[in-house]
Design a protein around this ligand. Structure first.
Ligand SMILES: [Zn+2]
Ligand SMILES: [Zn+2]
Length: 159
């Protein structure tokens, strides 16, 4: 199962660095875990556990168990599309994002802007936000420009 973002991230930019971090943290690197890391560091978008299993990282139950261990060590992270399945990637590759509720467009957020948003939420609400876990929901500029307050009209615009 995906674990919450309690473990501090230990972003490792390369497979080699990730292996070094895991060794330094005393995480056992079995052959299936190493294969899973190789799949995670292969180029491409974040992948579901099922996709990772399909890419040769082992059976789905083993993949979930090993993802849990790697995520607890901070080396990988999962994130979701709005309403979507968890997808895993190297922690170094996971970006905070905003996702348009209307057209589904997903935009990575500038880290400096994310830091400001997080600071405001923390200071005014005492709440720590994790936009690298779930995307910031809302409307992209294009969809916001087409918005109308009439839901009937809005549904026709979307069609
Ligand atoms: Zn999650
Ligand atoms: Zn949009």
């Amino acid at each position: 199962m995906p674990v919450p973002h309690h473990a501090p991230a230990a972003p490792a930019p390369t497979l080699h660095a990730a292996i070094g971090t895991l060794r330094a943290r005393g995480v056992r690197l079995s052959a299936p875990r190493r294969r899973l890391l190789e799949c995670l560091y292969a180029p491409g978008p974040p992948r579901t556990a099922e996709q990772l299993a399909g890419a040769g990282a082992g059976d789905v139950a083993t993949v979930y168990r090993n993802l849990g261990a790697l995520e607890a060590a901070g080396v990988v992270r999962h994130s979701h599309r709005a309403g979507g399945a968890a997808c895993w990637a190297p922690a170094a590759a996971v970006r905070a994002a905003a996702e348009c509720e209307w057209c589904g467009r997903r935009e990575p957020l500038d880290p400096a802007v994310v830091a400001r948003l997080r600071a405001v939420a923390l200071h005014t609400l005492g709440f720590e936000v994790h936009l690298d876990h779930l995307p910031l929901p809302g409307l992209c500029a294009e969809c916001a420009g087409r918005r109308t307050n009439d839901p009937w009209e809005a549904s026709r615009v979307a069609a």
